[in-house]
Structure formats: C-alpha cells, structure tokens
Design a protein around this ligand. Structure first.
Ligand SMILES: Cc1cc2nc3c(=O)[nH]c(=O)nc-3n(C[C@H](O)[C@H](O)[C@H](O)COP(=O)(O)OP(=O)(O)OC[C@H]3O[C@@H](n4cnc5c(N)ncnc54)[C@H](O)[C@@H]3O)c2cc1C
Length: 418
C-alpha cells in the first residue's frame, strides 16, 4: 500500500481520497480551502448525475453556429472579447474535437463508461459516507417544445442509445406527473430513469472528505506548490507548509491542475468554462425530477436550499470579476419555465469554473514524465457524474488490477499528437 498525496478536495479529489483510503492506502488530502466551499466548481454545479451526458459539447456543424452564439448576450455561451487571444488555440481544438460524426462518436464512447451507473455509484459512496439522503435517484428529464424539437436532436440521442442510455418519452399526463409546474410551452420530454441528482453538492464533498478522515486519511490545509522528483520518481509534494513525502501523488486540482501536470511532463490545454447558478426559494413548487430544457440548456435541480438553476458557459480573462448578468439570465429563463416562480425572489447566485479540455474528456492515468504521478482533472461539464468512475480507475491502476476502462482516450499525451 502506498503513501498517496491527493492534491485538491473537490468532488474528484474527494472521491479519489475516499476510494483510495478504503483500499488501504495512506492518504493525505491537500487543499488550502474548506472542502465543498464556494471557491470550487464542485460546490455550485447543476448537481446532475447523468449517464446521458455522453454527448460532447463539440458536435459536427457547431463551427457554423459558434460565432453567433459566442457574441449573443442572451444565449447559453458568451465570450468576453479580451479572452479571445489566449483562448483561440483551445477553441480551435474544441471545434476540431467533435467536427465529424466519427469524432463525436469516439468522445461519447469514452464518456460512456465514466458515466454509466454514475447515480448508483454515488448512492453507494453517499451511503458509505453516512449521507445517503444527499443522493436522489428519480431520473432526469430532458424537456422540449414538442416531438419535432426532440427529433431535431436525433444525432445526440443516437449517441446516447449507442452508449446504452435508456429513456422513456413523456407527453400529456405522463409529462405532468414528472414536472407538474412546467410551462405549457414544453410538451415533450425524455426521462432518463438511471439518472440522479445531489441535493447539496458542497455538503456532499465535505461529507466524503470527513468520511475519508474517519477512515484514516489525513488532511493538510495548504496549497501544493510543486512536486519533488528525483530520477523520474516522486519524492514529495511541496506545499506552502513544507514537504509532504509520498510515493504517489494524484493531481485533482480542477482548473489549477495545469501547472502541476507540467512538472510531471504533460502540457494539457485547460480552459476555464465559467458557469453560474441562481437559487430560488421554491417552497410550494413541486419539482420531483430535475429538468433540462433544450432551449437554454440549464439544469433545474431541486436542492436543500431551493430550486437551483445552473448553466451558462462564459469565457473571460483569468481573474475577471463575475458577470452577474449571466446568473440573471438563468433566473429569467427559470421564471419563464416555471410560471409559479414569476414573482419569486432569488435566494443566492454563484459563479464557478469548469476545468475543461478541448475534447471534453478528463485527463486520467499516469503522467508522462513520472509514473508515480496520477492525473485526475479536466472533467469539464461532467465532473460530478464522472468522479466515482475516475477514482475507481486510479484505484485499479495503483492496485495493479486491469482497469474497467480502456485508458487510451484519457491519456494526457493525446494533446501532443493533436
Ligand atoms: C454551472 C455549472 C454546472 C455544472 N453542472 C454539472 C452537472 O450537473 N453534473 C456534472 O457532472 N458536472 C457539472 N459541472 C461540472 C463539475 O462541477 C466539475 O467538472 C467538477 O466540479 C470538477 O471537480 P474538480 O474536483 O475537478 O474541481 P473543483 O471542484 O474545482 O476542485 C478543485 C479543488 O482543488 C483545490 N486546489 C486548486 N489548486 C490547488 C493546489 N495547488 N493545491 C491544493 N489544492 C488545490 C481547490 O481549492 C479546489 O478545492 C458543472 C459545472 C458548472 C460550473
């Protein structure tokens, strides 16, 4: 069993720490911030555990729509012009990643095994961590104006079917039972029964970390500044509070992972895809199942704090202040979607950064320059859902077991060839 330093305590680091400590490794979890806090993407996301998220963000033909989308003030994607020079190479790679049906299909095939059974995996982790009520398995609903709008997304649903995703279409009474207060304009739904959601992602991350500590993991409140390597072997993680000697390090630092990965021999193009949420006090609004409307692309999720409406992609220069108009836009869309919310005040709003690779696949597995360093970052839009399978993959690697996943699509070295 190894002494493993896990760098970063978001959902990915928390799942890695909990999985590895339960396998008998001596784990030390390093993060300067409180696990589950609002600084991390894992705090304020849409909270969906969706096996249907296999559809890449980059799809054939997107290049025609993207310029208009990026400049629209009311759409789901926004580019602040000052971000363009730094972002251009990433954007080109992003467009290329899903430019043909074959490429989009390859991404879906790599996301499939990470997302399959994700709600069940989380339910097991939540149970083991003593917080079973934080994971709910009632499925997820994708909502459309009508059947024709659903059929216009036939390619996306074909990709889902190819990855074993099952759904049931719903109209009329059946749709009302799933989403009783939904606006009349949405008359068609696809219910994915294997999906689930988290009622408080921040509390869930904190609970996984606490459970890791109860199982024997240590925590170090500090920033990992670098790796001490000697003859391609890892000796220690360097932190602001001194060296942490270890045999293995897991880089799970979300959007900040790039610098550490470079020290281990891998240059990974990571972009911060900023997202926002707005929370409504939605007492009296029945939302039994989370809903994603096709127009607007935002998760509407019942949480312990109210109805959370999460989405938007914003590219902005590093360190730029949040543009709260993006959260207001989500709130306006939610008021249209749920007529009872028309007069409801907003309870809170939030901005966070998705750690995104151009192909939408995480970077998992051994670093190119040092086999003792394991990557676990770049989960973009699917980090909540994919964290347990990512952690299991690393646990299998460390144990010398044949992993359930083909490691190839997640290797950091794929960006050298692109
Ligand atoms: C609006 C929005 C909606 C989303 N909706 C969903 C959804 O419905 N379903 C889904 O699956 N995904 C969703 N996502 C994506 C998901 O939230 C992310 O992929 C996921 O949270 C990333 O987790 P992480 O642990 O890699 O990073 P983070 O949660 O950002 O955690 C990284 C941690 O590393 C720490 N850290 C950073 N640098 C260092 C360092 N040098 N040393 C030590 N620690 C360090 C940070 O303090 C932080 O705690 C959404 C994201 C957003 C923004």
């Amino acid at each position: 069993m190894a002494r493993v330093a896990v760098i970063g305590a978001g959902i990915v680091g928390a799942c890695c720490a909990f999985t590895l400590v339960r396998e008998g490794h001596a784990v030390i979890l390093i993060d300067p911030a409180e696990p589950g806090g609002p600084h991390a993407a894992s705090h304020g996301n849409g909270a969906w555990f969706s096996p249907a998220s296999v559809v890449p963000m980059s799809l054939p033909g997107l290049w025609r729509q993207l310029p208009g989308m990026l400049l629209s003030r009311e759409g789901p994607v926004r580019l602040r012009p000052a971000a363009l020079p730094g972002l251009a190479p990433w954007l080109l790679r992003f467009l290329r990643a899903g430019a043909t049906p074959k490429r989009a299909r390859a991404i879906a095939a790599a996301l499939g095994p990470l997302l399959q059974g994700c709600a069940d995996r989380h339910a097991q982790l939540a149970e083991a961590a003593g917080v079973p009520s934080l994971v709910v398995r009632r499925g997820l609903l994708y909502a459309y104006r009508d059947r024709a709008a659903f059929e216009r997304e036939a390619f996306a649903w074909r990709l889902r079917r190819e990855q074993g995703v099952v759904w049931h279409t719903a109209e009329g009474e059946r749709l009302r039972a799933l989403a009783p207060s939904l606006a009349d304009g949405l008359r068609f739904g696809a219910h994915v029964p294997a999906g689930g959601h988290c009622t408080d992602p921040g509390a869930y991350v904190a609970a996984l970390v606490a459970a890791s500590e109860r199982a024997g993991a240590q925590r170090l409140r500090g920033t990992a500044l670098g790796l001490r390597l000697q003859d391609r072997r890892l000796r220690a993680v360097l932190t602001a509070r001194g060296e942490v000697p270890c045999e293995v390090a897991v880089i799970a630092a979300g959007i900040a992972a790039g610098g550490l990965a470079r020290q281990a021999g891998d240059r990974v193009p990571l972009a911060a895809e900023r997202g926002y949420h707005a929370v409504f006090d939605a007492q009296g609004l029945p939302v039994p199942v989370p809903v994603m409307p096709a127009d607007g692309r935002m998760a509407n999720t019942p949480t312990r704090h109210g109805l959370r409406v999460a989405g938007q992609v914003e590219f902005a220069p590093a360190g730029a202040a949040p543009d709260w108009r993006r959260a207001e836009l989500l709130a306006r869309q939610a008021r249209r979607l749920w007529p009872p919310l028309r007069e409801a005040p907003l309870r809170s709003r939030w901005m966070g950064e998705r750690p995104s690779t151009p192909d939408g696949l995480p970077v998992l597995g051994r670093a190119s320059g040092c086999a003792d360093v394991l990557h676990a970052f770049g989960h973009g839009h699917v980090g909540m859902a994919a964290a347990p399978a990512s952690a299991q993959f690393l646990a299998d690697l460390l144990a010398g077991r044949a992993p359930a996943l083909d490691p190839e699509p997640y290797r950091a070295a794929r960006f050298r060839l692109a």
